[in-house]
Write a protein that binds this ligand. Structure first.
Ligand code: 4AD
Ligand code: MG
Length: 464
């Protein structure tokens, strides 16, 4: 091979014909006859392939035989105008190097149209499909847009810990972290596990949320956000739950719950608009292949004002609904996905922000309303997804927070540092958590959360 610099396929497709070029990638398809062979080459930089045109007399028979779907090659040649439809340019190959064969008898991604279930079993190879290439590029674009949004709005990225001794959501759904020998667990006099002998000298777990430490950051830097992996050992095998998922959590000093709603709405609209402006090739593919309403739905969200609805009003609507719910509705119950989707898809037909939930179904840190029954929580509900964001104004009064911790019989020993924010210069503040994969479900139109993360972790499944 000569010293030509490789161009990515995304670049090649925008290059004017007439240049000597070098392309590298994986073969998607090969077709042709005795006088000409066409190879569709993809390198992941875009959903589009570059077409390679070869004169079979110019290459060895063995080489051409080895160029099968999935094989990796480097191609040098002349970029020429393409007469075929579907592309403006193609490469007239002069030299081909085979990096790696992919035996057609064994390479699983032969024909198109594999089921999503089958592709999950080969998650190490599925990024090479059009669908997962599109999803993963959109995933990247959304992560980038998140940092972009916060950076341009005066937020600082705070890295909150992954290993923690506190249960932010109080649901007890944490994965324990220990170096104790599970076959020989040390016990104290009372027969309980002696965590003083564990690595951290105490019981620790993987975090379910960066919020508590995020609040500490907001009390110093004003506006912060976290964006990292979070872990939940909830045994929910649903298309919307992962045991390991990524969460984006902004926390803002001096914001009340209304500011929090404004931020959530502006933020999510920015992200969807960003996808429409920057990921159109991939979105169009997903729209055509999986969900003909996708782009329309995305445009709809950008151009609509979200409904704001008190929980109590929401319950009235659901009680009056002429729909059969699996879980019956009455004041005090937690909204199930079917209820959330009724409100969003049937009743209002647009995103809904539900506020002022009963305190008994929400976490200890939410600001208590004067009615003694509800808290200033806010969930953003989306079409097809249900809850995409959960957040609240935080209880900033030391006394009220302490009282709530007592009521819930929570162990206060691991929260002294959190309580200190309410002792020293406490301030009204608010924040929320956006489930990154729930956002991706919405933006990509995929119907199972396992298909918007490269390597999903769910109950009984941690392959790859
Ligand atoms: O509503 P959640 O539990 O709220 C919190 O964790 C707060 N501490 C956030 C905050 O105020 N800073 O979770 C927030 C979001 C949900 O709305 C949902 O989008 C997502 O995280 N989420 C999950 N996503 C995938 N799999 C799971 N098991 C999820 N659990 C929550
Ligand atoms: Mg929630």
């Amino acid at each position: 091979m000569s010293a030509i610099k490789r161009k990515m396929v995304s670049q090649l497709l925008k290059t004017a014909p007439g240049e000597s070029v070098l392309a590298k990638g994986w073969v998607r398809t090969k077709r042709g006859n005795k006088s000409v062979i066409f190879i569709a080459l993809n390198d992941g930089s875009t959903i589009n392939n570059i077409q390679i045109v070869c004169d079979p007399n110019h290459f060895s028979e063995q080489l051409l035989k080895d160029i099968t779907t999935g094989a990796c090659i480097a191609v040098e040649g002349e970029l020429v105008e393409s007469v075929g439809k579907g592309q403006n340019v193609e490469i007239q190959a002069s030299q081909i190097t085979l990096y790696g064969k992919a035996d057609p008898e064994q390479y699983p991604l032969q024909k198109k149209g594999h089921s999503m279930e089958f592709l999950r079993e080969i998650a190490h190879l599925r990024p090479r499909t059009n669908t997962f290439g599109a999803v993963l590029r959109i995933r990247h674009a959304m992560a980038f847009a998140i940092h972009n949004y916060f950076n341009s709005n005066g937020f600082y990225y705070l890295h909150t810990p992954i290993i923690t001794a506190s249960d932010c959501e109080g649901a007890g759904e944490m994965f324990q972290v220990t170096t104790l020998d599970l076959n020989n667990i040390p016990k104290d006099e009372k027969g309980a596990v002696d965590f003083s002998q564990d690595f951290f000298g105490r019981q620790t777990s993987l975090t379910v949320s960066g919020q508590l430490e995020g609040e500490l950051g907001a009390m110093a830097l004003g506006r912060i956000y976290t964006f990292g992996p979070t872990f939940r050992a909830e045994n929910s095998n649903t298309p919307r739950h992962l045991a390991e998922f990524w969460m984006v959590e902004p926390e803002v000093a001096f914001n009340d719950v209304y500011d929090n709603m404004d931020l959530a709405e502006d933020f999510i609209k920015y992200l969807v608009r960003y996808a429409l402006e920057n990921c159109m090739d991939d979105l169009r593919f997903l729209n055509d292949m999986f969900d003909k309403e996708l782009i329309t739905r995305l445009e709809g969200v950008v151009n609509t004002e979200f409904v704001r609805l008190a929980y109590t009003e929401g319950i009235k609507i659901l009680e009056a609904a002429d729909a059969k719910f699996e879980f019956p509705v009455s004041w005090g119950v937690d909204l199930q996905s079917e209820h959330e989707r009724y409100l969003v898809e049937k009743h209002f037909r647009k995103p809904v922000i539900v506020t002022d939930y009963p305190k008994d179904i929400k976490a200890f840190y939410m600001k208590q309303n004067d009615d003694g029954k509800t808290v200033r929580g806010m969930d953003v509900l989306f079409p097809k997804i249900g809850e995409i964001i959960g957040g609240s104004e935080r209880e900033s009064s030391y006394e009220k927070l302490q009282q709530r911790i007592d009521e819930l019989k929570m162990d206060p020993t691991n929260l002294w540092w959190y309580m200190d924010t309410r002792r020293f210069g406490t301030a009204p503040h608010s924040g929320f958590g956006l489930g990154f994969e729930r956002l991706l479900l919405f933006v990509t139109g995929m119907s199972n959360i396992r298909d918007v993360i490269p390597f999903p972790r769910t109950p009984k499944s941690a392959e790859f």
